[in-house]
Design a protein around this ligand. Structure first.
Ligand code: IDP
Ligand code: MG
Length: 136
């Protein structure tokens, strides 16, 4: 079964800082995603803490929130059949050194923390994350 879905994608500070935003957006378009909404933002740390609340018990939570709020990010709503899984596949494993050839994290990621892109991990979380950034 396939169904048209939306997912939330973030181009993280390391990739925006290296001027990779257009190249990464083209990766999404070339892989059949439509960019339905897009904005560039620089989060406050308190916003990053809310966004990553699910990770609050992890040892890397503070560094993760410092990092996500360290510079501008590009936030997008991507649409495609089975967009959530399709985007996770295109992104590759969390640690770029484990990511498969051709995936975004393999191509662009620097390290497990500076791994260039975020993607929602479920349809439910995609809606929560889309609302977080785009609900007026
Ligand atoms: P995901 O981004 O592949 O969904 P998550 O487990 O949800 O991975 O972790 C969120 C983010 O936290 C990752 O993208 C990565 O930047 C960071 N992260 C995950 N695990 C570690 C770790 O062990 N050390 C440092 N940062 C980590
Ligand atoms: Mg995750």
């Amino acid at each position: 079964m396939s169904s048209l879905e939306q997912t939330l994608s973030i181009i993280k500070p390391d990739a925006v800082d290296r001027n990779l935003s257009e190249e990464i957006k083209n990766e999404f378009k070339n892989n059949g995603f439509t960019i339905k909404q897009e904005k560039k933002v620089h989060l406050e740390k308190s916003d990053a803490e809310k966004f990553y609340l699910v990770h609050q018990s992890k040892p890397f939570y503070n560094d993760l929130c410092d990092y996500l709020s360290s510079g501008p990010i590009v936030v997008m709503v991507l649409e495609k059949e089975n967009a959530v899984i399709a985007n996770r596949e295109l992104m590759g494993a969390t640690n770029p050194s484990d990511a498969k050839e051709g995936t975004l994290r393999k191509k662009y990621g620097i390290s497990i923390d500076k791994n260039s892109v975020h993607g929602s991990d479920s349809v439910i979380n995609a809606q929560i994350e889309i609302d977080f950034f785009f609900k007026s």
